[in-house]
Design a protein around this ligand. Structure first.
Ligand SMILES: Nc1ncnc2c1ncn2[C@@H]1O[C@H](COP(=O)(O)OP(=O)(O)OP(=O)(O)O)[C@@H](O)[C@H]1O
Ligand SMILES: [Mg+2]
Length: 295
């Protein structure tokens, strides 16, 4: 990892907005939804740390926290009182996405935070005809100049989904170019995967024809555990090339970092967890290049 810019752990909590870019239509970011209806498999950890790693290698990243638990927001050090405009406000149409976007302590990494209000979304908009397209609409033109305010120039949007296949997750899938699925290296890893893949197919046929599975990332791998090795072999056999080469190890630094409100790459850049997320970011960019080349 010689060509990777380092992140200053003492980076200030508040950094000024980046310079505005020229007016006019801007390129749309790639939108990746990080989804798995199973709880605790590493969705939020991946959103935070992949987002940080992508930003560290030059991308401009927005994390959209679509989980009412707000773990991505907390893990990036965004206090509850700082979440003045949340993804609930955005999805209910009360505020534009740009109003929710907060810059994090990591350069080039931003977050649209969530609050518990989001758990009431289905009640609020469940009867509306455009209920599944709220996120897609909100992300539309996110990079364009708006009323003279500084423009964002996001290249990636990572959507952290809740552990459910509800309207929130459907919004993420309807807005996404691609889905990234974290799978925990445990005995029941593949359980529920077929249901997730079925939902992706349904969304593809009814709401979002361009949707694809970007890849599957194996998380919390423990090399001392035979079961972990067996799970990796099984998942690779079942899902083939969709599984990223990079496997995220179980690493105590990864689990400690959120309580300091920091991504692991800021908390301990040299640990194996940070290295793994940097490798994953590089692999994702490589896969994006291949997808583009394939047309
Ligand atoms: N590679 C890892 N090594 C050690 N601990 C990890 C690792 N990845 C995640 N964890 C820990 O496992 C727990 C679950 O991770 P995380 O919150 O990312 O999962 P999730 O899929 O977002 O959960 P939920 O479904 O509740 O949203 C957290 O306490 C997290 O710190
Ligand atoms: Mg989560």
């Amino acid at each position: 990892m010689t060509d990777t810019p380092t992140i200053d752990p003492a980076a200030p909590q508040v950094v000024p907005f980046e310079k505005p870019v020229a007016a006019g239509p801007a390129a749309a970011p790639r939108v990746l939804a990080i989804a798995n209806q199973k709880g605790g498999v590493g969705k939020t950890t991946t959103a935070i740390n992949l987002g940080t790693a992508l930003a560290a290698i030059g991308e401009h990243v927005l994390i959209v926290d679509l989980d009412p638990q707000g773990n991505a927001s907390t893990g990036l050090g965004i206090e509850r009182k700082a979440r003045r405009t949340s993804t609930y406000d955005v999805l209910t149409g009360a505020a534009p996405m740009r109003d929710a976007v907060i810059q994090t302590a990591v350069p080039q990494l931003y977050i649209a935070p969530s609050t518990m209000d989001l758990s009431g979304l289905e009640l609020e908009i469940g009867q509306q005809r455009d209920r599944a397209f709220r996120l897609r609409t909100a992300l539309n033109n996110i990079n364009n100049i708006n009323n003279g305010t500084p423009a964002f120039h996001f290249t990636y949007v990572l959507v952290d989904c809740p552990p459910s296949l509800n309207l929130i997750t459907v919004n993420a899938m309807a807005a996404a170019d691609s889905i990234l699925v974290p799978l925990q290296c445990e005995f029941f890893a593949l359980e529920g995967l077929s249901q997730l893949l079925k939902t992706v197919e349904q969304v593809k046929t009814t709401l979002n024809p361009k949707l694809s599975i970007h890849g599957i990332v194996l998380t919390m791998f423990d090399s001392r555990n035979n079961l972990s090795n067996q799970v990796v072999a099984d998942v690779r056999q079942f899902m083939g090339r969709k599984v990223y080469d990079t496997v995220i190890p179980r690493n105590v630094r990864i689990s400690e970092a959120p309580s300091y409100g920091k991504p692991v790459l800021v908390y301990d850049l040299k640990c194996v967890g940070s290295e793994a997320y940097l490798r994953l970011a590089t692999e994702i960019i490589q896969r994006e290049r291949e997808l583009k080349a394939a047309g």
